[in-house]
Design a protein around this ligand. Structure first.
Ligand SMILES: Nc1ncnc2c1ncn2[C@@H]1O[C@H](COP(=O)(O)OP(=O)(O)O)[C@@H](O)[C@H]1O
Ligand SMILES: [Mg+2]
Length: 223
């Protein structure tokens, strides 16, 4: 069975009397362990699509299914549980809690949904810190980190609950070449370990890592 499906989804936004089509109808199927890249020009609806697939937003039409289950028909609280247990998210700009250490930021998802023991949390956190090459920085605060380090912390936080699916929206967008490569290698490594990745990017270097590219075209305006 397909891991993730979008069945004729579209999204429009209404502001006053105006209705704008952010994402024209699209259907896609993501198989387990795929590394799908969604690319295309700015404004094509890439982020909108990623948010629909990750259950952060709901389509105006059509349906998103995860493991055959309709996300679109689910209560918001159920979607939130699913997101926390099965999905990991990385966005272009790393958002970390400024008054929490690196280790605390990574462990954050443990404090929602299924409870985990302190031992499990600590050992998983240590494991990820060394995986991202930041074992010595566990007690640092975000404002003392470089942009690349912050993004690796976000990456570790996305992985802490061992998600089935990782959603990444322009994860290298704010990074230099070396740090971009680090993040992409970490993402690629995840697919080798059985994870599925859906990434939005228009960075040619990052796109190379994908196993398949879906290109969204910007719809002609006015829409
Ligand atoms: N919350 C929103 N309200 C109104 N319009 C939006 C909203 N989010 C996105 N859009 C519009 O939808 C289009 C696609 O946006 P987006 O998915 O962010 O594109 P991309 O990620 O490909 O650059 C853009 O024209 C954008 O202005
Ligand atoms: Mg975008």
């Amino acid at each position: 069975m397909a891991l993730l499906e979008a069945d004729k989804v579209s999204r429009s936004f209404v502001a006053g009397k105006n209705r704008s089509l952010a994402l024209p109808e699209v259907s896609l199927v993501v198989e387990p362990r795929e590394f799908l890249v969604i690319s295309g020009p700015s404004g094509a609806g890439k982020s909108t699509l990623l948010n629909l697939l990750g259950g952060l937003d709901r389509p105006s039409r059509g349906e998103v299914r995860y493991g055959g289950q309709s996300l679109t028909a689910m209560e918001e609280s159920q979607v939130a549980l699913l997101r926390n247990s099965a999905f990991g998210f990385i966005f272009q700009t790393p958002h970390l809690l400024v008054d929490r250490t690196v280790a605390e930021n990574i462990s954050l998802p443990f404090h929602y949904g299924e409870p985990a023991s302190k031992n499990n949390m600590d050992s998983r956190c240590r494991e990820l810190l060394s995986y991202i090459g930041m074992a010595d920085l566990a007690d640092r605060y975000p404002d003392t980190l470089s942009g690349g380090e912050m993004q690796r912390v976000v990456f570790a936080r996305a992985l802490v609950r061992r998600p089935t699916l990782i959603f990444a929206d322009e994860p290298t967008g704010s990074l230099d070449v070396d740090n971009s490569e680090k993040i992409m290698k970490l993402l690629q490594e995840q697919t080798r370990q059985g994870c599925t990745v859906v990434m939005v990017s228009h960075d040619p270097e990052a796109i190379r890592y994908g196993s398949r590219v879906l290109r969204l075209e910007k719809p002609p305006s006015p829409r």
